[in-house]
Design a binder for this molecule. Structure first.
Ligand code: GRF
Length: 206
């Protein structure tokens, strides 16, 4: 069983997929804390509805990004049973960069999901950028977060064809559906201790 802290900024459908996977025993984990970078994120309600402690940070807090990260570290380190802290920090639609305080406190333990096949289409609009470019294949990437935005070691990827009849809306829906399957599956690999990061920054699943 692994203890997770989840970072969100918005609707929290990936958070919901993780909550559901835990409830269905597909994921051997617990969510000890949800931190939102926006007080109005709908994901906060999803967490509260199932009794997960939440913290909502305001824009003002992020005026000092390093201080914001130090605050998150402090909360993540004392979350959970016996206040022993979380094992992994899971970014689920978190629209802020994680910086050195978080990266140092959780080395190779911060995981992100990106709605495109990295290293293509980095940034906040991966789905729209892939659609606008006209690629025929896109997908979803789960990767470690590091100091290079959207450039950390890749843990898992899943592909999907863009159909002629797709529009941006249908593509977004299909990408999100794929994310909601892939993210809990990858987190379960962590729960089973099967994710190994090599010194050459390649990730192996054992
Ligand atoms: C997802 O597409 C995720 O890949 C991206 O932000 C979106 C978050 O959606 N980083 P949600 O808040 O989980 O619904």
């Amino acid at each position: 069983m692994i203890k997770l802290g989840v970072l969100i900024s918005g609707s929290g459908t990936n958070l919901q997929a993780i909550i559901d996977a835990i409830a269905d025993n597909r994921l051997d984990a617990s969510i000890e804390l949800v931190v939102s970078s926006r007080p109005d994120a709908y994901g906060i309600k999803r967490a509260r509805d199932v009794g997960i402690p939440t913290i909502a940070l305001s824009k003002e807090v992020y005026r000092e990004p390093l201080a914001a990260d130090r605050l998150i570290v402090q909360e993540m380190k004392q979350a959970g049973p016996g206040r022993h802290g979380v094992d992994y920090v899971v970014m689920a639609g978190y629209m802020r960069m994680v910086r050195q305080p978080l990266l140092e406190a959780f080395p190779n333990r911060i995981i992100n999901i990106h709605p495109a096949l990295l290293p293509a289409f980095i940034g906040a609009h991966g789905i729209a950028d892939a659609f606008a470019y006209g690629v025929k294949i896109t997908g979803v990437t789960v990767h470690f977060a590091n100091e290079n935005y959207d450039r950390g070691p890749i843990i898992a990827q899943r592909t999907m064809e863009i159909a002629e009849e797709d529009n941006l809306e249908s593509l977004e829906q299909r990408i999100h559906d794929l994310e909601h399957v892939l993210y809990p599956e990858v987190l379960q690999l962590f729960a089973e201790g099967r994710v190994v990061l090599s010194p050459d920054r390649k990730v192996q699943i054992r």
